[in-house]
Design a protein around this ligand. Structure first.
Ligand SMILES: Nc1ncnc2c1ncn2[C@@H]1O[C@H](COP(=O)(O)OP(=O)(O)O)[C@@H](O)[C@H]1O
Ligand SMILES: [Mg+2]
Length: 250
């Protein structure tokens, strides 16, 4: 990586404050992610982790009061949710939606097309097969209606399948690992690790030390009361594991 690339930020959040239903949730949050880095975001329940992912994705339910978000050189807050996705931001939801009448495969094909990642049907089938193998599923999984009747673990695998197919520049994974058994955790971590490259960055929201052990994030952030209170090396994970979040109030 040359010096210029090193200085670049894929994501730069400056002094972000956001609210929903008149309730202030994010209050002066700042965060930077460089190309090729995987960042972990940890924090107590209700600290604003999901809100941050929704605000980055552009969910209309959240009102940005102050602050700016840059995605590369672009001002993210001026873009619609669809434009943000097209630019290369992928959000894996904590609670994936069920969509009857649309197969996972059709959905993936349409998503790729919407992002101008046009693959021929043959290339698409090939890529889908490879991605399915990575999540431990076969073609029948992709022919099922999106998330309908999927187990918790299958919904999370479907999110990871999307991630593998779309190869976004920035992935935000909001507790994609919650409720997964150790084998499924391994699948999720392997999939994310397989995308590691200077062109891929991720912000992974998780509570699981096991997930963090498998992912080996470059930077760990602790969020509390709507802002980042500490950023540092993965050593922070051990502190949270041993001491919880009580020390934050001191
Ligand atoms: N739609 C909403 N209406 C009112 N309060 C909300 C809404 N969404 C989130 N909150 C509140 O905002 C805070 C942060 O929520 P959230 O971002 O989901 O936290 P986390 O993901 O860190 O657990 C919580 O106190 C939550 O109750
Ligand atoms: Mg949450």
């Amino acid at each position: 990586m040359n010096t210029l690339t090193e200085q670049k930020k894929v994501l730069r959040i400056e002094n972000l404050s956001a609210s929903t239903n008149e309730k202030k949730i994010l209050e002066g949050l700042s965060l930077e992610v460089k190309p090729g880095e995987i960042h972990a975001l940890m924090g107590p329940n209700g600290s604003g982790k999901s809100t941050l992912s929704y605000v980055i994705a552009g969910h209309p339910k959240y009102k940005v009061e102050t602050g700016r978000i840059f995605f590369g050189e672009k001002e993210l807050l001026t873009l619609s949710p669809a434009e943000r996705s097209k630019e290369g931001i992928f959000l894996a939801f904590q609670y994936p939606m069920e969509v009857a009448g649309l197969s996972l495969s059709q959905f993936l094909f349409a998503s790729l097309k919407a992002r101008n990642q046009n693959l021929s049907p043959v290339e698409y089938s090939k890529e889908l097969k490879t991605a399915l193998a990575k999540i431990g599923k076969d073609a029948s999984f992709a022919s099922r209606h999106l998330n309908v009747g999927f187990s918790g673990g299958e919904k999370k695998r479907a999110e990871i399948l999307q991630l593998l197919m779309l190869k976004p520049q920035l992935a935000i994974l909001d507790e994609t690992d919650s409720g997964l058994d150790v084998d499924a955790l391994q699948v999720v971590a392997d999939a994310i690790n397989s995308l590691r490259s200077p062109e891929f960055s991720a912000l992974v929201i998780t509570h699981y030390p096991k997930m963090l052990e498998l992912l080996k994030p470059d930077v760990v952030h602790i969020i509390a009361n709507g802002k980042i209170v500490l950023s540092g090396s993965p050593e922070l994970i051990k502190k949270v594991e041993n001491e919880g979040y009580g020390w934050l109030e001191k």
